[in-house]
Design a protein around this ligand. Structure first.
Ligand SMILES: Nc1ncnc2c1ncn2[C@@H]1O[C@H](COP(=O)(O)OS(=O)(=O)O)[C@@H](OP(=O)(O)O)[C@H]1O
Ligand SMILES: Nc1ncnc2c1ncn2[C@@H]1O[C@H](COP(=O)(O)OP(=O)(O)O)[C@@H](O)[C@H]1O
Length: 289
């Protein structure tokens, strides 16, 4: 069963768009020939035009003067803007770009947001992420998946599974997802993300509504019976310590935007789950600029 908060819920029957597990091919995006860029020229995708305000000549660099106090300490002001300290970074300045999120969204004809899929190992997070990305692609919407397993192959390869490492894993993915959303992309983050506090911190990074939490509500028995990687077996045998659901906690969301309830005898197909999320996005205006 799939329950969607603030949008209509979906039952398990197949729909036209996802008949027999297949996605209907919708018209693809057309690319137009790009004119030479200069003052007043416009370029776009799908007939979309950039806002005229974006197209003025771009200054290579604002004249910046950093005055030094006492010979070595940077002053608090650069061109009237104050330098900041963020965490361990001192004397940093936020640079604004002439092309902003609204411009990128107009180009892509969609709104950037984060679909955050959380649940136990084996609950179907990666399966949903993949079906969703495919469904969006065939509709002409740009998405990108940040999968926990995959991100741990690179950006987060220095992190393990202790609570602090999981928290840092989620924090980094939350920050990257925020950048993707700012790029106008529908970012699909698929991680166990077992702690409520860490997920809520990611939610707080984004504008209201742009963090859409999807809870894969599959009981441990269902996930353990699936055990596609054999990890539950190893955890039960004591060969993996601190495995989520076995000897490490999972805190389910209390109020996720979308709930996907899976039981042995009642399980929506991957394309039905994807359709529920796409419906939510459509009904909440994310699939148009
Ligand atoms: N101790 C322990 N606990 C849970 N999971 C473990 C563990 N060790 C390895 N794995 C594998 O790592 C995948 C989860 O990575 P995540 O980045 O999503 O985890 S977390 O959000 O930081 O908790 C997870 O992938 P999924 O099965 O796709 O969820 C597991 O394959
Ligand atoms: N809706 C579903 N119905 C039946 N099996 C599913 C469903 N979603 C996922 N599975 C199966 O469950 C297993 C775990 O799915 P996966 O997406 O890898 O989970 P996770 O990413 O949460 O670890 C896979 O073998 C997958 O084929």
């Amino acid at each position: 069963m799939v329950a969607v908060r603030a949008a209509r819920s979906l039952n398990c029957g197949a729909s036209q768009k996802f008949e027999s597990g297949k996605l209907t091919l919708l018209p693809k995006v057309d690319f137009v020939a790009l004119p030479a860029i200069g003052t007043g020229s416009k370029l776009g995708l799908n007939g979309c035009r950039l806002r005229a305000s974006s197209l003025g000549p771009i200054k290579a660099m604002e004249e910046s003067t950093v005055s030094l106090e006492n010979g070595c300490t940077p002053a608090a002001l650069v061109n009237g803007k104050s330098l900041q300290q963020i965490g361990k970074s001192t004397n940093i300045l936020w640079h604004k770009c002439q092309v902003d999120k609204v411009d990128r969204q107009e180009l892509l004809q969609q709104k950037g947001c984060v679909i955050w899929i959380t649940g136990l190992s084996g609950s179907g997070k990666s399966t949903l992420a993949s079906a969703l990305s495919r469904g969006l692609h065939f509709r002409g919407n740009l998405s990108y998946i940040l999968d926990g397993d995959n991100v741990r192959h690179g950006l987060n390869s220095n992190l393990g599974f202790k609570a602090e490492d999981r928290a840092e894993n989620i924090r980094r993915v939350g920050e990257v997802a925020k950048l993707f959303a700012d790029a106008g992309i529908i970012c699909i983050a698929s991680l166990i993300s077992p702690y409520r506090k860490d997920r809520d911190a990611c939610r707080a990074l984004l504008p209201e509504g742009d963090f859409i939490e999807v809870f894969m509500d599959a009981p441990l028995q269902v996930c353990e019976a699936r055990d596609p990687k054999g990890l539950y077996k190893l955890a039960r045998a004591g060969k993996i310590k601190g495995f989520t659901g076995i000897d490490d906690p999972y805190e389910p969301p209390l109020n996720s935007e979308i709930l996907i309830r899976q039981r042995e005898d009642q399980c929506a197909s991957p394309s039905e789950m994807a359709e529920a999320v796409i419906n939510y996005l459509e009904e909440n205006g994310y699939l148009q600029a």
